[in-house]
Design a protein around this ligand. Sequence first.
Ligand code: NDP
Length: 296
Amino acid sequence: MTATVIDGKAFAAKVRAEVAAHVARLKEEHGITPGLAVVLVGEDPASEVYVRNKGVQTVEVGMASFEHKLPATTSEADLLALIGRLNADPKVHGILVQLPLPSHLNSELVINTIDPAKDADGFHISNVGLLGTGQKSMVPCTPLGCLMMLRDHHGSLSGMNAVVVGRSNIVGKPMAQLLLGDSCTVTIAHSRTKDLAAVCRGADILVAAVGRPEMITGDMVKPGATVIDVGINRIERDGKVKLVGDVHYASAAAVAGAITPVPGGVGPMTIACLLANTLTACCRANGLPEPKGLTA
Ligand code: NDP
């Protein structure tokens, strides 16, 4: 079997077009422009690239982009004060603090200072609790993007066996909650899981969020399964730097029914979902109907 490739780049472009159309209607009919504020502390090169991409795509869909670049020496009090101002600013509907923060800053405190209704990343403890109890929340962008692709490919996910490899707070755990919310039977695997290959082979839906290059190989995939590769790993091969996922693509694609590539799979969906979340937050803040198909 050769797997169907789930094209995250094309799907993300479709999501951005839907967001842009909704933003245009909000402006025309209500005079409202959704706004996303991104806060970057320090000069981590990878974070700077992410923040630049987020800013460009925010403007492309017609939203207002507010970038706050602060020096690595910024005090916690100053950062919390900025978040307080963004919480109170009616032009700002979504707030994202780029992680990781410099080590002298308490990330949990910083994230939990964001107004949960403006928490575009869905990391605030209130949103974690709301998601865990099946209530309306802001949903972390990467798992939301995976869910959208799975729903698009399968329609209903009800009754499917899903295995999520990885239990981080930003990917693995919320991914498992979302799959449970769509009535999958969910297993979360991690570094202490016994016989990971056998656990993975039970999956109709296999999500890899591990951070280990190509560790999920074809022999761990059930024939016909859908494989979602969240991993982004830079490796050196044949003297060149290459981007690979947590899944060994060639061997997995020979067995799976569908698979996301790296790059061009989950990655592009993450920023698209950040924009979708900002739009959702803006609609909620203004008591307007939420965009259909862009939330969990
Ligand atoms: P973390 O390092 O926070 O979590 C990794 C998880 O993998 C942990 O739960 C760990 O288990 C588990 N793990 C590690 N080794 C093994 C193993 N040998 N067998 C089974 N499980 C294992 O990573 P993240 O969740 O933040 O990220 C995962 C990957 O996704 C990374 O490659 C990251 O770059 C990528 N990513 C991609 C995004 C995108 O936009 N596409 C966004 C965010 C992340 P334990 O808890 O037991 O230690």
